[in-house]
Design a protein around this ligand. Structure first.
Ligand code: R5P
Length: 258
């Protein structure tokens, strides 16, 4: 278990930059992920960990890639249906065969299929514990639900209480510190919709300063003007505590050098 976790959380800083590219499991070929071989594989060495599906791992990621892989382990509904109606989508034995560092599962607190999604997580925790496989619980928020500190404290704490080894959740400007403080396992910040690069770097900076053990970002990296520059700037924020303005300068410099 500790060996796997150290393929996710950089042992030198205790933090992680996860590059999330698993969007296709419910929304198909997302902008920026149409050609993972061309757009993502070249920048993967800048991440500590890739978060993806087994289909992409088997078909596109070269077997020579030895950093951490966090495997999407829940799924079912597409964007055309009720998203909380997920089931477990990977057998732990295939995850072991793929030599992944952790399994990720959505948990829909307050969602229509809340109990089913919590049960997916607890089943994966039970299976993972047999093999030293950590489980990442991803707090999924329904479009009509309010993203407040109160909600995220509730969702993250439930995931941790029921066995998740770490939790992915959204940054909120007010009270994020109370979310990280009341969750007994590490929290990684989710990225969310594409925003301006400086804003995304500022959000990542605030999240780690307020207790997050890193980030799990997708669109704000692979939809940036320069994904390679952006992931390096995010990494400097997470691992070197670079302040947002300097990280943005670094982003612009690296972009210009391309
Ligand atoms: C979300 O819950 C899924 O895991 C996503 O596919 C992904 O992690 C989202 O990343 P981002 O919101 O940073 O694009």
């Amino acid at each position: 278990m500790k060996n796997r976790l150290s393929r996710i959380f950089n042992p030198e800083t205790g933090r992680t930059v996860m590059l999330a590219i698993d969007h296709g499991y419910f929304q198909g070929p997302t902008i920026g992920l149409e050609r993972i071989d061309l757009n993502i594989v070249p920048i993967a060495p800048h991440a500590d960990t890739l978060m993806l599906t087994r289909g992409i791992l088997r078909s596109i990621v070269p077997p020579s890639y030895t950093k951490g892989i966090v495997l999407r382990a829940s799924g079912g509904p597409s964007i055309l249906k009720e998203l909380s109606n997920e089931q477990i989508a990977v057998d732990v034995e295939d995850a072991l065969r793929l030599n992944v560092a952790a399994l990720a599962v959505q948990v829909f607190i307050g969602g229509e299929y809340e109990t089913q999604s919590v049960h997916n997580m607890t089943r994966l925790v039970d299976m993972g514990m047999c093999y030293g496989m950590p489980i990442l619980a991803v707090t999924a928020v329904g479009t009509k639900m309010k993203r407040s500190a109160r909600y995220f404290r509730l969702a993250c704490r439930i995931c941790a209480e029921l066995g998740a080894h770490y939790v992915k959740t959204y940054y909120i400007p007010k009270g994020f510190e109370s979310v990280t403080a009341s969750c007994p396992v590490p929290i990684v910040m989710a990225g969310g919709k594409k925003m301006d690069e400086l804003d995304a770097l500022t959000m990542a900076y605030k999240a780690v300063q307020e207790g997050a053990a890193g980030v799990d970002m997708g669109r704000n990296i692979f939809q940036a003007d320069s994904p390679a520059a952006m992931i390096q700037a995010v990494s400097a924020v997470v691992h070197k505590n670079l302040v947002p303005d300097q990280a943005h300068e670094m982003y612009v410099d690296l972009k210009e050098q391309e």
